[in-house]
Design a protein around this ligand. Structure first.
Ligand SMILES: [Zn+2]
Length: 166
């Protein structure tokens, strides 16, 4: 039997999952595409949006994709959490719209620098930002009460030192 003639399962399935009978979702950017039983739209999406992380040459692609799937995740939960916190911080600090996390350019950048990281959607980011504001308000309240305690302690010690100096 000729090995080359055997039909190969399309490598596009490494990057897509079937969400229902006629819809697939890109694992890299969560975009959904209509599925008609052919992988051509998936392949064109991958080459248009994810050319950097998805090898386009099918012959060279097989081993690379195996590495991609089986290698230990570089981006573990802790690192993913750190990245999400940094993105949240960036949105707040630079006053970016929350929809920024769904922007094509940003997703391409993240896919290139951290291919294993799943950029959170707008809903998750909104919750994160709300939590950040709550935490910041709490921090501020706490630091204000510490400041007033410190200033009382300092002035107390100061007068004591004056008293003790010759
Ligand atoms: Zn995609």
């Amino acid at each position: 039997m000729n090995r080359a003639a055997r039909p190969k399962k399309s490598s596009s399935w490494n990057y897509f999952e079937l969400t229902c009978a006629n819809e697939v979702r890109c694992k890299l950017c969560e975009k959904t595409l209509v599925y008609h039983g052919s992988t051509s739209s998936m392949r064109s999406h991958l080459s248009a949006k994810h050319a950097k992380e998805v090898p386009t040459d099918t012959d060279a692609a097989q081993p690379a994709i195996t590495n991609f799937i089986s290698r230990p995740r570089r981006c573990d939960d802790r690192r993913a959490g750190d990245i999400t916190a940094l993105i949240t911080n960036m949105i707040v600090k630079d006053m970016l719209p929350i929809s920024f996390v769904e922007g094509g350019g940003f997703l391409e950048l993240m896919a290139s620098v951290e291919p294993d990281y799943r950029v959170p959607g707008r809903t998750t980011m909104t919750k994160r930002i709300e939590k950040l504001y709550k935490d910041k308000a709490e921090d501020l309240r706490r630091s204000l009460s510490t400041v007033s305690k410190v200033s009382i302690t300092t002035s107390g010690r100061h007068s004591q030192l004056n008293h003790m100096s010759p």
